[in-house]
Ligand binder design. Structure first.
Ligand code: FAD
Ligand code: SIN
Length: 532
């Protein structure tokens, strides 16, 4: 008989969204947080630039809203952005009261950085470029003192448990020991993104889209999956996970040069290196397609480089590049997904009992393209809202306990004999996604990708963790990208290279029963009946 544990709230994931939800939810009931690696194993831990919030006196939530809407290329849900920018500053001060130490000026004021497409300096950061590490370390230290909160590391959430169409928990597989069922009155996905679908990414190995895949199988909707953000400036290396060279370096005046030393962004966009991310990423990609390596020149920072960007300085020096004097070779890499599990403004998905926040979710704040440093902010703001909402979740009935079953039969990590085929399958998938569903797409590249994903899905190794989830999410991205016949934000179609009016108000909803185009503005579309 499989062991069952009961808790009020189950939180899956230990990035900013999971830790913050757990800390807040535990005030209202027993809380279990599970995470598949150790607590720091998350995208959050790697965050460099910082958290955007309208804190300075010369700034305003209204200006932050306009910048966010502009970056989102007409697809942001404005009411979600209003929540983000108006509640953001309070969350920063909450973090400070929980022990997070942001960088400050000698006057004691918070030091604010600048990043692309922001009209003001508004990025709070920590230890120069180690914002994510400071965030995780401070939140985790606090979380470990919170009564009512149990943190379980190295424990995979494999599949959601469903009873009468309601999510009632998840199946867990610890690194050591047998699977167990965690029964909960509210289950919160905080599982992050899926950058590992691509052969070049800034994301660590945990980012395999588990939450999006589990939610889809449980009957939730995924929205905006075609919008993947490629960061323009990862350090050009052969490894799948490429170290990031923060946009904040360009914010401090660094320039992009091609192999001939030409500052090519001058001819591309009036904001040059600080143009929206998709514009800069495509311009670099175009240079690379023409055979030119691209470099970031931050030599003007000289001796200030190591103190302002100590982590990036160390990363470069380890590879024999001294950014005080030398150019840094850079290349774009998959970084973030704007789409995810569709939620309302309180993190509720279309499956009762199931909530999502952070990168796994799609609140609509990012539209077609995320503004730099709005992701950590989104994680915090919507985590708080989820925590305030789950306290009202109904208690599980005896029937819910009796009728609970997994949304589908769970997979498990590959056995020793499956390990090599599963690894090869994932590598092939990553290449398919990079080559065909990457910075530039077309109907033929996407059709080819879908056919190849389908054929990978027919292999035995496809039924192992995390390949199963990765294939599911890859198919959702490629399918939505094929459907959107225009270019907008992070989604660039070579065969439809401009924005098209008819797509301005339309979003793509992916459901286990199929995909459809829905109105972008109808807030009822995620009601129990789903999108219309
Ligand atoms: P994550 O931090 O990715 O956490 C997900 C958690 O879920 C992890 O603990 C993971 O192990 C766990 N998990 C996943 N699947 C399972 C499963 N099946 N079972 C159990 N646990 C599971 N954004 C900004 O706003 N500012 C920045 O400066 C910034 N810099 C970035 C730099 C880098 C290099 C990267 C990669 C991203 C950066 N981003 C930045 C984006 C931002 O860091 C992420 O979008 C954000 O941290 C996501 O937080 P999260 O809590 O939703 O997910
Ligand atoms: C960066 O520091 O460039 C990353 C910021 C972000 O992804 O928001």
């Amino acid at each position: 008989m499989t062991e069952r544990r009961k808790t009020d709230f189950l939180i899956i994931g230990s990035g900013v969204a999971g830790l913050y939800t757990a800390v807040r939810a535990a005030a209202h009931g027993s809380t279990i947080l599970v995470t598949k690696g150790r607590v720091p194993d998350s995208n959050t831990y790697y965050a460099q630039g910082g958290i955007a919030a309208a804190i300075s006196e010369s700034d305003s939530p209204q200006d932050h809203l306009s910048d966010t809407l502009q970056a989102g290329a007409g697809l942001c849900l404005e009411e979600a952005v209003e929540v983000l920018v108006s509640e953001g500053p309070r969350r920063i001060f909450d973090l400070i009261s929980l022990g997070t130490r942001f960088d400050r000026l000698p006057s004691g004021e918070l030091m604010l950085g600048k990043e692309a497409a922001h009209s003001h300096r508004r990025i709070v950061h920590a230890r120069g470029d180690a914002t994510g590490a400071e965030l995780i370390e401070s939140l985790a230290a606090h979380a470990r003192q919170v009564p009512n909160l149990t943190i379980i590391e190295e424990c995979l959430a494999l599949e959601l448990l469903i009873s009468d169409d309601r999510c009632v928990g998840a199946i867990m597989l610890p690194k050591e020991g047998s699977p167990w069922w965690c029964m909960s009155r509210a289950t919160v996905l905080a599982t992050g993104g899926c950058g590992q679908l691509y052969s070049h990414t800034t994301n660590p190995t945990i980012a395999t889209g588990d939450g999006q895949a589990m939610a889809l199988r449980a009957g939730a909707y995924l929205f905006d999956m075609e919008f993947v953000q490629f960061h323009p400036t990862a350090l050009a290396t052969e490894a799948t996970q490429m170290p990031l060279i923060s946009e904040a370096v360009r914010g401090e005046g660094a320039r992009l040069l091609n192999a001939e030393g030409i500052r090519f962004m001058s001819g591309v966009h009036p904001w040059q290196e600080l143009a929206p991310r998709d514009v800069v990423a495509r311009a670099i990609f175009a240079q690379m397609q023409q055979g030119s390596q691209v470099y970031l020149d931050a030599t003007h920072l000289g001796e200030n480089f190591p103190s302002r960007f100590p982590g990036i300085f160390a990363i470069c020096m380890e590879r024999g590049i001294d950014p005080r004097r030398e150019l840094i070779p850079v290349a774009p890499a998959a970084h973030f997904i704007m789409g995810g599990v569709r939620t309302d403004l309180n993190g509720a998905t279309s499956v009762p009992g199931l909530f999502a926040c952070g990168e796994v979710a799609c609140t609509g704040v990012h539209g077609a393209n995320r503004l730099a440093s709005n992701s950590l902010l989104e994680g915090l703001v919507f985590a708080e809202r989820v925590a305030q909402t789950v306290k009202n979740a109904p208690f599980l009935t005896a029937r819910a306990h009796t009728m609970a079953k997994p949304a589908v039969d769970p997979t498990s990590p590959p056995s020793p004999s499956q390990a090599t085929p599963a690894k090869e399958l994932i590598q092939e998938l990553q290449k398919i996604m990079w080559d065909n569903v990457g910075i530039e797409r077309s109907a033929s590249s996407l059709e080819q990708a879908i056919a190849r994903i389908d054929s990978l899905a027919a292999q035995d190794a496809a039924h192992t963790f995390p390949a199963y989830n990765m294939l599911t999410v890859a198919k959702a991205i490629a399918g939505a990208a094929l459907m959107r016949e225009e270019s907008r934000g992070g989604h660039y179609r070579k065969d439809f290279p401009v924005q098209r009016q008819q797509w301005q108000q339309r979003r793509i909803a992916v459901h286990r029963e199929g995909m459809r185009v829905v109105s972008a503005t109808n807030p009822n579309m995620i009601d129990r009946g789903g999108s219309k």
